[in-house]
Ligand binder design. Structure first.
Ligand SMILES: Nc1nc2c(ncn2[C@@H]2O[C@H](COP(=O)(O)OP(=O)(O)OP(=O)(O)O)[C@@H](O)[C@H]2O)c(=O)[nH]1
Ligand SMILES: [Mg+2]
Length: 419
């Protein structure tokens, strides 16, 4: 439904009051009604004027900061020259990390070079890695290019689920000549693919016009908070829980075949770790009034993985008996089936009845947990939405954000009884 106007609010009240107006207490009732209308209107206006606070949560490398970058591109002024120049160095570091990892993993996985004459390039990068030498000379870039074209390096790249390779690897290695150029000036796409672990808490403020169907016109203020998703960062999350209306939980869907080795913890499947974390956050009493939107992110990489023949059933055997609801698409399309299966795993994770004692989980629990005093969140106050996203795709995030905005405004309306 659209935004209620003053007229519709009054209609709602006067509809209820018609028979009353005949009675003796007409004036008294009239005053009461008028006060109630004023109250509703005030609440309604406050809801529209208040700042919408969104908190991005999720494991490390799921794409939280990438969403913040998209908000900057879409709703602030984008990136200035200084930011682009600073990012150039991050991209070069990312590229180095990717090629170093590949070279190191070739040794570990005993994968030989496709072309023996590339051995000098392999040795060059290996020596730089050992010496932590980051002198990115033209000669270095030449070696990177040669290696990336080598069949053995490609084979190692295709086995990336067996170790940890940054998701930006292919994007940057495919563009090594551009990065090597002295005039390299990163475009938005380069910035969106660059990677730096978030430490601490960051906030971005922006304004978006209220959509027409909600009355249109004025600007809506947003604050979006970005936190670090790595294990050591999670204990800081609680600092930003207060007043959060919407949690945007990010999931990297392509991690279903990857393993996370977190410090002293036992290795755990990365998608399972994401599910466990989601459940912890969902039952957190500090967020029990917050609506949740789950971004099932990295759909581009998920699709690549499915096309390469990887099967989620090997890691989540429930997949073998799962079938897609016809309205979600074709059950014979493995990509559609996989993405719906992942969505439903997260949906099922909200059906939790926490045990009375602290839970023993196989994953690190987030630092804020104290849920043995768990109270079930009021169901009718709880929103849960899912979106399939590719955070590096500005058009995709633009469309998804319109939905997110509408969802939040609808939630506001529901809170005051108008949706
Ligand atoms: N191909 C692709 N890459 C993505 C997508 N979303 C994020 N990435 C990349 O994944 C990497 C990690 O993204 P970040 O946004 O830094 O992840 P994060 O959740 O903020 O990570 P932490 O700060 O460690 O918690 C970056 O290289 C991004 O460019 C996506 O949908 N597709
Ligand atoms: Mg981050």
């Amino acid at each position: 439904m659209g935004m209620p106007t003053t007229k519709s609010i009054k209609q709602k009240f006067f509809g209820w009051s018609k028979s009353q107006t005949q009675s003796q207490s007409q004036t008294q009732n009239g005053r009461k009604i008028s006060q109630q209308v004023e109250k509703i209107l005030k609440e309604h206006n406050e809801n529209y004027n208040k700042i919408i606070k969104i908190l991005l949560l999720g494991s490390g490398e799921t794409g939280k900061t990438t969403i913040i970058k998209q908000m900057k591109i879409l709703h602030v002024q984008g990136f200035n020259d200084d930011e682009r120049l600073a990012c150039r160095e991050i991209i070069k570091d990312n590229l180095f990390e990717c090629i170093s990892t590949l070279v190191t993993q070739m040794a570990t996985l005993q994968i030989s070079l496709g072309n023996k004459s590339n051995l000098s390039s392999w040795t060059f990068i290996r020596n730089m890695t050992i010496a932590k030498n980051k002198d990115f000379t033209p000669e270095y870039f030449g070696h990177v290019k040669r290696l990336w074209e080598d069949a053995g390096v490609q084979k190692c790249f295709n086995r990336a689920a067996e170790y940890l390779l940054p998701d930006c690897a292919k994007f940057f290695l495919d563009r090594v000549l551009e990065i090597a150029s002295p005039s390299f000036f990163p475009s938005d796409q380069f910035l969106l693919h660059s990677r730096r672990t978030t430490i601490g808490i960051q906030k971005i403020e922006f304004e978006v016009p209220i959509p027409k169907k909600f009355g249109g016109g004025g600007p809506q203020k947003f604050w979006m908070f970005d936190v670090g998703g790595q294990k050591g960062e999670r204990r800081k999350w609680i600092q930003v829980f207060d007043g959060i209306q919407t949690v945007l939980f990010m999931v990297a869907c392509n991690t279903f075949d990857q393993v996370l080795v977190a410090d002293e913890e036992r290795p755990i499947n990365r998608l399972q770790e994401s599910l466990n974390l989601f459940q912890d956050v969902w039952i957190s009493r500090f967020l029990r009034y917050a609506g949740f939107i789950v971004f099932l992110n990295k759909q581009d990489l998920l699709k690549d993985k499915i096309n390469a023949g990887n099967n989620i059933g090997q890691y989540f055997p429930q997949y073998y008996t799962y079938s897609v609801d016809p309205e979600d698409g074709d059950n014979n399309d493995t990509y559609i089936r996989t993405r719906c299966f992942i969505r439903d795993l997260f949906h099922l994770a909200t059906d939790v009845t926490p045990p009375p004692t602290p839970r023993k989980t196989t994953t690190p629990t987030v630092g804020f947990q104290e849920d043995h005093k768990y109270k079930k969140p009021p169901r009718d106050h709880r929103e849960l939405f899912f979106h399939f996203t590719t955070a590096t795709d500005t058009n995709n995030i633009k469309l998804v954000f319109v939905d997110v905005h509408s969802m939040i405004l609808n939630q506001n309306l529901r809170e005051i009884g108008f949706a």
